[in-house]
Design a protein. Structure first.
Length: 134
């Protein structure tokens, strides 16, 4: 069964809710073989269990605020790509990220098969042109 935008929107609400609460069920939203690029790790994280092991302890029990801003949802059959700006506030600090989620049906459930977060450039950093700073 093909995904629909309401399916993806409902999933995003659960994604944000479990993340904000520091709920361990957040990690259950990932497919077993999901890949993750995080701003705090220089290499790809392979698999939901590796992601859980690396982040669960610092994740749980901390309330945070997350905002998915300007999401764009693209659907192709059973796969959705969601790009958005993510503003996360934790311990009186705010971080702004560019994020991409790739969602797919795994059995009856919608799961994250890939997550990529990258920081937004600092205001003082110039854009690049042809691989060089201008």
């Amino acid at each position: 069964m093909a995904l629909s935008e309401p399916d993806v929107t409902a999933f995003l609400k659960t994604f944000v809710s479990t993340y904000e609460k520091g709920d361990a069920s957040f990690f259950d939203l990932f497919a077993g073989d999901a890949s993750v690029f995080s701003v705090s790790v220089p290499t790809r994280i392979d698999g939901a269990e590796e992601y859980r092991r690396g982040y669960e302890e610092q994740f749980q029990g901390k309330n945070r605020r997350a905002q998915i801003l300007s999401p764009e949802i693209r659907i192709a059959g059973d796969v959705a790509v969601v790009t958005y700006h993510n503003r996360v506030a934790l311990d009186n600090q705010s971080t702004n990220l560019r994020s991409t989620l790739v969602l797919s049906r795994v059995g009856k459930d919608l799961k994250i098969v890939h997550l990529h977060n990258s920081p937004l450039a600092s205001p003082g950093v110039s854009a690049t042109r042809g691989g060089r700073r201008t």
